[in-house]
Write a protein that binds this ligand. Structure first.
Ligand code: SF4
Length: 207
């Protein structure tokens, strides 16, 4: 879902940006500025950012403007998320953020080739559009959403492709958390290479 004028990454469809606390995965609890880009063609039924799927709804925003806002806050951590941020080449945005000495964290399904430079990559693979290239090998953490028991097989399939240093998280799909948390807890007790990730921002009612 590429919009021609966005192809070189100097403009990006900015859905929203906000300063908050990372709610999920290894960096849970840490303050960061979130840059949410519009556009995703993966189509997860339980997606909690469906409003971002159509990039045409969001203004192609100069990356200088995005960075100008990002550097205003005390935490020097940036989370680039979506939508699927790798829909666009992120090299230019990352280069500008690095000039400002920001730490850059990526949240991606890996369904498009990697671009940009990151201090942390969270790969959350989706069956509908599996990751491409070697992103498993460079992922800092693998975070698999568990909606039903069979998703544990998908999680293991992806774990086997990851590097030894990768951290592994199982995260209950929010609307199914009542059923999935007990299942994940039992699973992790028997497979301690995994940890549980909860969407703590939703418990805290923060973005
Ligand atoms: S990959 Fe992420 S943004 Fe895209 S549909 Fe799935 S959950 Fe939503």
């Amino acid at each position: 879902m590429i919009i021609p004028e966005l192809n070189d990454g100097a403009l990006l469809p900015l859905a929203e940006s906000f300063y908050t606390i990372q709610g999920e995965g290894y960096n849970t609890g840490k303050a960061a500025f979130f840059i949410r880009l519009g556009g995703c063609d993966v189509g997860c039924s339980w997606c909690d950012a469906k409003e971002t799927w159509n990039p045409a709804l969001y203004p192609p925003t100069p990356i200088e403007k995005i960075v100008e806002e990002a550097v205003k806050y005390k935490a020097k951590s940036i989370v680039i998320t979506g939508g699927e941020p790798l829909t666009y080449p992120l090299d230019k945005l990352c280069k500008l953020l690095k000039k400002e000495s920001m730490q850059i964290f990526l949240e991606t399904s890996g369904s498009y080739p990697i671009s940009g430079i990151f201090d942390w990559i969270c790969l959350s693979p989706k069956k509908k559009r599996p990751p491409v290239g070697n992103i498993h090998l460079i992922a800092s953490e693998l975070k698999v959403i568990i909606e039903k028991e069979e998703d544990l097989l998908w999680a293991e399939e992806n774990r086997l492709k990851a590097a030894e240093s990768t951290l592994f998280y199982l995260q209950p799909e929010w609307s199914r958390r009542g059923v999935m948390i007990p299942l994940i807890v039992e699973y992790i007790k028997n497979n301690p290479q995994w940890s549980i990730s909860l969407q703590t921002h939703k418990y805290m009612n923060i973005p």
